[in-house]
Design a protein around this ligand. Structure first.
Ligand SMILES: O=C(O)CCC(=O)C(=O)O
Ligand SMILES: [Fe+2]
Length: 440
C-alpha cells in the first residue's frame, strides 16, 4: 500500500470514529463503508456485509427485498394513503374558465415569499452561462477534446447541477411526437383525463403538495421501471391516438434510458471513477418514473407556481420541454430562467447522486413558473439504479476538503421515507443518508 493510500485510509478511519457516535445505526467504523470504484457491486456488498451489525440488518433487508418490488408497485398503484389533492376544480377546466381573469382562486395564490420574482421569459446573463454540451463533439473530437468535454461536464454537475445536451441521439421527431401527443392528452376534457387516475401515479389535475396550496399544473406520472405500467395507465383513456401514444411513450423511455446510461458513464469518468461505476447499477432493473407535466395558461402568473421549488430526489433527471420557457433553477441563492431549446435535453443531478458522489455533484432546487398565454409542457424522466444497488460514496471522492458525509443507502430504503415528505425545497440530501442526520 503506498503511503498516500495508507494516509487516506487512515484519514477515513479517523473520520468514521469522529462521525460514528452521531451516525445512524447502520454504519460501522472502518474504511469499508466507502465503495472502491475498482470493485464490482458484489464486492462492495460483501464488504458492507462483513460488519457484523450490518449483516443482520442486511439479512433482514434481503428478506424485505423479495417483497420490495411488489410493495413498491402496490404503494404506487393502490393508493394506500390519500393523495395529496384538494377539492378544487380540475385545473384544465379552471384555466379555460379564467382566461384573462383579474384574479385566481386563493388556493392557487402563493404566499408572498414564494411567488415568482422573475417571469417565465426573464432570461438573464446567467441564463446563457448554463452549460450546453454538444455530444457530437465527443464522438468526433480528438482524445484531448474528449477529456476537456468530460471535465467540463463534471464541472457543470459540480457548479450548476444542471446542463443542457444537444445532439444527444434521441430522435427529434420522437421528442416532437411526445410533445404533441402529451399536450393532446392534457387538452382532453377533465372526465377523460381522470380515467387515467391510478393510485399514487397516473393523472393528477388537483395537485396539493403543500397542505394549503395547489400548484397550477397537471401531471401524468408513469412508472417506467423496473416494471412498466405505461400501457395499463394509457389504456384507461379512450382517445383515438391511444395506441400511438403508448408506442411513442415506450419508444421515448427506451431512448432516454440509453442516453441516461451514456451520461452516467461520462459523469463517472469526470470524477476519475471507473466508467461503469454508476451505470452498472442502471443496466438491469433500473427504477424510473416518467412524468408528463402540463402547465395551462394562468391569468395571474406572478401569483402562482406551476411546480414548487424542489430538488429531485432521484439520481439523474432528463427533461424535454416545448418551446415555452418556465423552468427556473436556483444558483447561489438567485433564480435563473433556463432557455428552452427544442433540440436539447435538460439534465440534472438529483439528491441520490449528490449523496453517492459524496457531495461533489449538486442537486439543485428548481421550479416551474407560468405565463398567461401559452401552455407549457415538459416530460421528466427520473432515473434510479436497481432498488437494491448500494449507493456508497467511493473512497476517491473522500478527502480533507470532502469529508465523508453520506452513508450507504439503497433506493428501496430511501423511497418509502421520501414518500412521506412534502415535495418542497431540498429535503432529500438532508435526510437519513447523511451521516449527521438524527432521525426524529
Ligand atoms: O417542467 C419543468 O420544467 C420542471 C419539471 C420538474 O422539475 C419535475 O418534474 O421534477
Ligand atoms: Fe424536478
Amino acid at each position: 500500500m503506498s503511503l498516500h493510500v495508507f494516509a487516506r485510509v487512515k484519514h477515513l478511519q479517523i473520520r468514521f470514529r469522529e462521525i460514528l457516535p452521531r451516525a445512524t445505526s447502520l454504519v460501522q467504523p472502518g474504511p469499508i463503508f466507502v465503495a472502491d470504484s475498482r470493485q464490482g457491486s458484489a464486492q462492495v456488498a460483501q464488504n458492507l456485509s462483513s460488519a457484523s451489525k450490518f449483516t443482520s440488518i442486511k439479512n433482514h433487508k434481503m428478506a424485505e427485498a423479495k417483497i420490495w418490488r411488489e410493495d413498491y408497485m402496490t404503494s404506487l398503484f393502490v393508493a394506500p394513503k390519500p393523495r395529496r389533492t384538494m377539492n378544487v376544480d380540475n385545473l384544465g377546466d379552471l384555466s379555460a374558465a379564467l382566461k384573462n381573469a383579474a384574479a385566481i382562486p386563493d388556493v392557487y395564490v402563493q404566499p408572498e415569499g414564494l411567488r415568482p420574482d422573475i417571469p417565465y421569459d426573464g432570461f438573464s446573463k446567467e441564463t446563457d452561462q448554463l452549460p450546453v454540451f454538444d455530444l457530437h463533439n465527443l464522438s468526433t473530437g480528438a482524445v484531448e477534446e474528449r477529456r476537456r468535454f468530460i471535465n467540463d461536464l463534471g464541472c457543470a454537475c459540480k457548479e450548476w447541477g444542471f446542463l443542457q445536451l444537444r445532439n444527444h441521439g434521441v430522435p427529434l421527431r420522437l421528442i416532437q411526437k411526445m410533445i404533441d401527443l402529451g399536450m393532446r392528452f392534457f387538452q382532453m376534457p377533465a372526465a377523460e383525463k381522470e380515467k387515467a387516475t391510478f393510485g399514487q401515479v397516473g393523472y393528477e389535475g388537483r395537485h396539493a403538495y403543500m397542505p394549503e396550496r395547489v400548484h397550477w399544473g397537471e401531471t401524468l406520472a408513469l412508472v417506467s421501471g423496473p416494471i412498466s405500467n405505461v400501457e395499463e395507465i394509457l389504456r384507461m383513456i379512450c382517445a383515438d391516438y391511444r395506441e400511438e401514444f403508448i408506442t411513442t411513450v415506450n419508444e421515448f423511455i427506451h431512448e432516454i434510458q440509453k442516453i441516461g446510461l451514456v451520461l452516467l458513464e461520462l459523469m463517472a469518468e469526470s470524477l476519475d471513477l471507473q466508467k461503469s461505476f454508476f451505470s452498472q447499477h442502471f443496466e438491469k432493473n433500473a427504477t424510473s418514473v416518467t412524468r408528463l407535466n402540463y402547465y395551462p395558461p394562468c391569468p395571474q402568473p406572478s401569483m402562482a407556481l406551476g411546480l414548487y421549488a424542489h430538488a429531485d430526489t432521484n439520481s439523474i433527471t432528463v427533461l424535454i420541454q416545448n418551446e415555452i420557457g418556465g423552468l427556473q433553477i436556483r444558483k447561489d441563492g438567485r433564480w435563473i430562467s433556463v432557455r428552452p431549446f427544442k433540440d436539447a435535453l435538460v439534465v440534472n443531478v438529483g439528491d441520490c447522486l449528490q449523496a453517492w458522489t459524496n457531495g461533489h455533484f449538486k442537486s439543485v432546487e428548481h421550479r416551474a413558473v407560468l405565463n398567461s398565454v401559452k401552455p407549457r409542457f415538459s416530460v421528466a424522466f427520473f432515473y434510479n439504479p436497481d432498488a437494491h444497488a448500494i449507493m456508497a460514496p467511493p473512497m476517491e471522492l473522500v478527502d480533507e476538503n470532502h469529508p465523508l458525509s453520506y452513508r450507504p443507502f439503497t433506493w428501496a430504503e430511501y423511497f418509502p421515507r421520501m414518500q412521506k415528505k412534502r415535495m418542497e425545497g431540498k429535503v432529500g440530501t438532508d435526510t437519513f443518508m447523511r451521516l449527521d442526520h438524527k432521525e426524529v
